[in-house]
Ligand binder design. Structure first.
Ligand SMILES: *Cc1c(COP(=O)(O)O)cnc(C)c1O
Length: 359
C-alpha cells in the first residue's frame, strides 16, 4: 500500500472560521469550497464548516453534491447559470447564482418560472475577468429587480485582482469604483476575499467570501497564514522507503541534477508528482523526516522524491516524511516550487489517502 496521505484537520477548519469571524465581527461568511474545497474534500469541508453562513462553489454540480450530502446552508454558484436548464436546477436545489454576463440576463428574461431566485450581481471594478462594467450596473440591477422570478434582495459583489499586496493602489481604486457604481442601490455588499480581509478593512461589506484562510493558507508574499492566526487544514505525509550512504561525486535522480558535495546520507520518500507533490519543487525545498529538517535534492519523479538527510542522519526506512502542513507551511513549499499554496492543495491526486483528524 502506498503511504502518501493527506490528513485533514477538522478542528483547524473550524478554528479558522472562528478566526475569520474574530477579524471581521458582524460580517457574514461565505466559505468558498470550489475545486473540491481547495483539494481538502468538498463534503468534508462543508460539514466541518457547518457554522458558515453560506458556501461558494464553482458549479451547479458542486451544489448538487452539497445538497446530496445534506448541507442546508445557502449555496452560491460563483459562475452562475450558463444553460437554460440551469435555472430549474438552481431553484430545485435552492442554489443562488452570481450573474456577471448578458447571456445570463437573456436566460433569466426567457424564464417563465416565478419562484424567486436569489442572485448576486457581479461588477467588474477593475480586474477585468468577470462582471458588468460599472456604468451598466444601475441598468442591470433595475432589469433584474423587474423580473418576477428574481428575489429583490440582490447582493452586489466584486472581486479584487491584487488584494494580497496591502498597499497596491489598484485595490483602493477597485473599492472606489465599486462604491460609486453601486451608490444608492439596495442590497448587501460583498467585496473581500481572504487577502482583502487581512489587508483591506474598508472592503468588508456585509459578506466576506473566504477560501484560503479557512484552509490555513495565505497568498500574501512572505507571510504564511499562521502569522495571522490561522492553522493548516491539511498535512501531507508519506514514508521513507530507502536510505543510502552516497559518496562525494555521486549523482542523484533524473537528469542527474544533484551531485553529492561530500559523502552523505540520501533518503527516498514515497511521494511524487503523481500524488500532487510539485515536480517544480526546487533543490532545497524543505521537508521534515521524523520531525527533523531535511530537503529535496534532485528531480521530483512521479512516485518518489530524494532527500538530503545530512541533518537527519539517523533517519530510518519507515520514518514519517512531512511534505507540508503542521510544522511546515505549505506557503513555504509553494515558494520553492514557483506557485501558490492553493495550487498545491488543489493538486493532491486521487491516489493519496485522505484521513480526517479532529484534534
Ligand atoms: C475563489 C474566490 C474567492 C475566495 O478567494 P480566497 O483568496 O481563497 O479567499 C472569493 N471570491 C471569488 C469570486 C472567488 O472566485
Amino acid at each position: 500500500m502506498r503511504s502518501a496521505s493527506a490528513t485533514i484537520h477538522l478542528a483547524a477548519l473550524r478554528g479558522n472560521l472562528a478566526r475569520v469571524r474574530e477579524l471581521a465581527a458582524g460580517a457574514k461568511v461565505m466559505a468558498v469550497v470550489k475545486a473540491d474545497g481547495y483539494g481538502h474534500g468538498l463534503e468534508r469541508v462543508a460539514r466541518a464548516l457547518a457554522a458558515a453562513d453560506a458556501f461558494g462553489v464553482a458549479s451547479i454540480a458542486d451544489g448538487q453534491r452539497l445538497r446530496a450530502a445534506g448541507i442546508g446552508q445557502r449555496i452560491v454558484v460563483l459562475a452562475g447559470p450558463d444553460a437554460a436548464g440551469d435555472l430549474a436546477e438552481l431553484r430545485r436545489l435552492r442554489l443562488e447564482a452570481v450573474i456577471h454576463d448578458d447571456s445570463q440576463l437573456d436566460l433569466l428574461a426567457a424564464d417563465s418560472d416565478r419562484r424567486p431566485l436569489r442572485l448576486w450581481l457581479k461588477i467588474d471594478s477593475g480586474m477585468h475577468r468577470l462582471g458588468f462594467a460599472p456604468e451598466r450596473v444601475r441598468d442591470v440591477h433595475a432589469r433584474l429587480r423587474a423580473m418576477p422570478g428574481v428575489d429583490p434582495a440582490i447582493v452586489l459583489m466584486t472581486h479584487f485582482a491584487n488584494s494580497d499586496v496591502f498597499d497596491d493602489a489598484l485595490t483602493a481604486r477597485q473599492i472606489d469604483c465599486f462604491e460609486a457604481a453601486t451608490a444608492g442601490l439596495d442590497g448587501e455588499r460583498s467585496l473581500a476575499n481572504s487577502a482583502a480581509l487581512l489587508g483591506w478593512p474598508a472592503a468588508r461589506g456585509q459578506w466576506l467570501r473566504v477560501g484560503g484562510l479557512l484552509y490555513g493558507m495565505s497568498v500574501v508574499a512572505g507571510r504564511p497564514a499562521a502569522e495571522f492566526g490561522f492553522a493548516p487544514a491539511m498535512t501531507l505525509t508519506t514514508r521513507l522507503v530507502a536510505v543510502h550512504g552516497l559518496r562525494r561525486g555521486d549523482r542523484v535522480g533524473y537528469a542527474a541534477t544533484w551531485e553529492c558535495p561530500e559523502d552523505m546520507p540520501v533518503g527516498v520518500a514515497a511521494i511524487g508528482y503523481g500524488d500532487g507533490y510539485p515536480r517544480h519543487a526546487a533543490i532545497g525545498t524543505p521537508v521534515l523526516v521524523a520531525g527533523r529538517p531535511a530537503s529535496v535534492i534532485g528531480r521530483v519523479s512521479m512516485d518518489l522524491v530524494t532527500l538530503d538527510l545530512r541533518h537527519a542522519a539517523d533517519a530510518r526506512v519507515g520514518d514519517t516524511v512531512t511534505l507540508w502542513g503542521r510544522g511546515l507551511p505549505v506557503e513555504e513549499i509553494a515558494n520553492h516550487a514557483g506557485t501558490i499554496a492553493y495550487e498545491l492543495t488543489c493538486g493532491v491526486t486521487r491516489r493519496v489517502r485522505f484521513v480526517e483528524d479532529d484534534s
